[in-house]
Design a protein around this ligand. Structure first.
Ligand SMILES: NC(=O)c1ccc[n+]([C@@H]2O[C@H](COP(=O)([O-])OP(=O)(O)OC[C@H]3O[C@@H](n4cnc5c(N)ncnc54)[C@H](OP(=O)(O)O)[C@@H]3O)[C@@H](O)[C@H]2O)c1
Length: 265
């Protein structure tokens, strides 16, 4: 944990998980450009560097938590600190990890990390901050899923399943909170050239990998705009939506599994 103010005089803040790089950092920048104070979460001191960059560039206040969100107790400890120190009117559940591996070779730690971050952290953090969000006049939750949730794929048996959870959880909670001050928006990006692993996969997939590729800045801008409009979903890749509606799931699963298998070889 770092730089948490006691007796904070911050008014309402946006909490962004996985904010030290990639989409989370772009969302933090987008919110800060709109004059919103932020609380950013990451595992390394890079997140402090992002806070410093934001304060210098946008003159908003930005604080960070350095913690491991794959561990339930750490999620709950952080949420308790946030609830003590801040009014939260935006929660961006962005942290998430993926990967490609044949299921038998996956280590228990690999499976646990994906489930811990993509599923457990999303549910626990939302639950722990919900009373705080409900106290605000108007508040927003943006959950980052993935287009991967639309199609089950071999060699990715865990990641799309975890993002299906994000989708179902978001849409169900949105309905449950319909008559409250909290609006829940789902965002399901396609490929973004963020970390080294994803960049290499996009490269190996050639034209298919590039088909849904978008910059994190573009996606962040679109997601934040749709979130403030109270949309059910920030639609990012219309073509992918249309294809998933037209091509039967069994066909998509076979085709994508073949491509991913080639990629692994
Ligand atoms: N990249 C894609 O092509 C793609 C496509 C569809 C959906 N998505 C989804 O979009 C979201 C963002 O992905 P991204 O590619 O932008 O991520 P990324 O560049 O890999 O960045 C991951 C972020 O999460 C933080 N993080 C990782 N493990 C953590 C942990 N155990 N506890 C706390 N923080 C942790 C990292 O912090 P540190 O750097 O400080 O460790 C970093 O800020 C994810 O939910 C991902 O599933 C990504």
């Amino acid at each position: 944990m770092c730089s948490v103010e006691t007796n904070a005089n911050l008014s309402s803040v946006a909490v962004v998980t996985g904010a030290s790089r990639g989409l989370g950092k772009s969302i933090a920048m987008e919110l800060s450009a709109q004059g919103i104070d932020t609380v950013l979460v990451g595992t390394s001191s890079t997140v402090q560097t992002v806070c410093d960059e934001i304060e210098a560039r946008y003159h908003t206040r930005s604080r960070c938590f350095i913690t491991d969100l794959s561990i339930a107790d750490k999620v709950l400890d952080m949420a308790a600190d946030i609830n003590r120190e801040y009014d939260v009117f935006i929660l961006i559940n962005n942290v998430g990890v993926g990967g490609t591996v044949d299921f038998l070779s996956a280590t228990p730690e690999y499976l646990e990390n994906i489930i811990g971050l993509n599923v457990r952290c999303t549910a626990l953090l939302t639950h722990a901050l919900l009373s705080n969000l409900l106290r605000q006049k108007r508040s927003y939750v943006l959950n980052v899923g993935s287009m991967a949730a639309l199609t089950p794929v071999g060699y990715k048996a865990i990641y799309p399943a975890s993002k299906s959870f994000v989708r179902t959880f978001s849409l169900g909670l949105r309905e449950e909170l319909r008559d409250t001050s909290v609006s829940v928006t789902l965002c399901q990006p396609g490929a973004m050239a963020t970390n080294g692993d994803v960049k290499a996969r996009i490269e190996r997939q050639g034209r298919l990998g590039r088909a849904t590729l978008k910059s994190t800045e573009w996606i962040a801008h679109r997601c934040v705009r749709q979130m403030f409009r109270g949309k059910r979903e920030a639609v990012i890749n219309r073509l992918a939506w249309v294809l998933s509606a037209i091509v039967p799931e069994r066909v998509r699963t076979r085709m994508l599994t073949r491509i991913v298998k080639r990629e692994l070889q």
